[in-house]
Design a protein around this ligand. Structure first.
Ligand SMILES: Nc1ncnc2c1ncn2[C@@H]1O[C@H](COP(=O)(O)OP(=O)(O)OP(=O)(O)O)[C@@H](O)[C@H]1O
Ligand SMILES: [Mg+2]
Length: 222
């Protein structure tokens, strides 16, 4: 088991503007599982991804990651875990405007002064068809290209956990399929666990399990 959430809840705001984004979420995800998360806009999918990615802390509940209770971790310990084991593809891409595409992709390795797998990078670049934009800057490429760059960066790390928030939201069906196949390949070739949010049922075909959320609750698949 890689992930075990117990009674996770999260509120935003207070008083009249308070939103209960997650309500007592219980979830278990095995190692090497490919899980899709579906549900209407506003049901809490991104909040769940942000908690799984340790971007935000839940108000209540316990988060066990690979056997460790990380709700008890210090900020420093969380940061180390995140860098070594978790990749997130955000809905908003999170590219660095001052760096060209190539450097955006290898950014985690620049930070950590580590070598990356050059052959793997070549194959990702080929699969995602981003060879021609490697020397451009984020504001010179399209939304779909940015999305593929964000995915390339997440995959190159070969992380234990890949979190992808609508990774195909800006892509045509051909590119969407490629992205999902690449995510599946991470599971098969590198033993990653993938949790992918999507609105598109066609994108869930390769998933082992589909979770459905509604109004802050897990209503199917947990
Ligand atoms: N930073 C925030 N401050 C206040 N409310 C928030 C914040 N982030 C999200 N919310 C609210 O929490 C609820 C869940 O939001 P969340 O972003 O998790 O939904 P989502 O399922 O990802 O939606 P979408 O499919 O549109 O991306 C929504 O009602 C949203 O308005
Ligand atoms: Mg969202």
């Amino acid at each position: 088991m890689l992930i075990e959430l117990t009674k996770i809840s999260k509120r935003y705001g207070s008083g009249e503007t308070e939103v209960e984004a997650l309500k007592d979420i219980d979830l278990r995800v095995n190692k090497k599982e490919f899980v899709a998360v579906m549900g209407k806009s506003g049901c809490g999918k991104t909040t769940l991804i942000n908690i799984l990615g340790t971007i935000i802390k839940p108000d209540t509940g316990r988060y066990m990651f690979d056997g460790n209770d990380i709700t008890k971790y210090s900020e420093k310990k969380l940061a180390t875990l995140k860098r070594s084991s978790i990749s997130i593809v955000f809905q908003s891409f999170n590219l660095v405007d001052e760096l060209d595409i190539k450097n955006n992709i290898i950014l985690p390795f620049i930070f950590d002064k580590k070598e990356y797998d050059k052959d793997y990078l070549e194959s990702i670049i080929k699969d995602l068809e981003i060879k021609d934009i490697l020397n451009k800057y984020p504001d010179e490429v399209s939304g779909g290209e940015k999305q593929r760059v964000a995915i390339a960066r997440a995959l190159l790390v070969k992380p234990q956990l890949i979190l992808a928030d609508e990774p195909t939201g800006n892509l045509d069906s051909e590119n969407s399929e490629k992205v999902v196949r690449l995510l599946k390949k991470c599971v098969d070739d590198y033993g990653s666990t993938v949790i992918m949010v999507t609105h598109d049922i066609d994108m869930t075909e390769l998933a082992d399990r589909i979770l459905e959320m509604s109004d802050g609750k897990m209503i199917k698949g947990e």
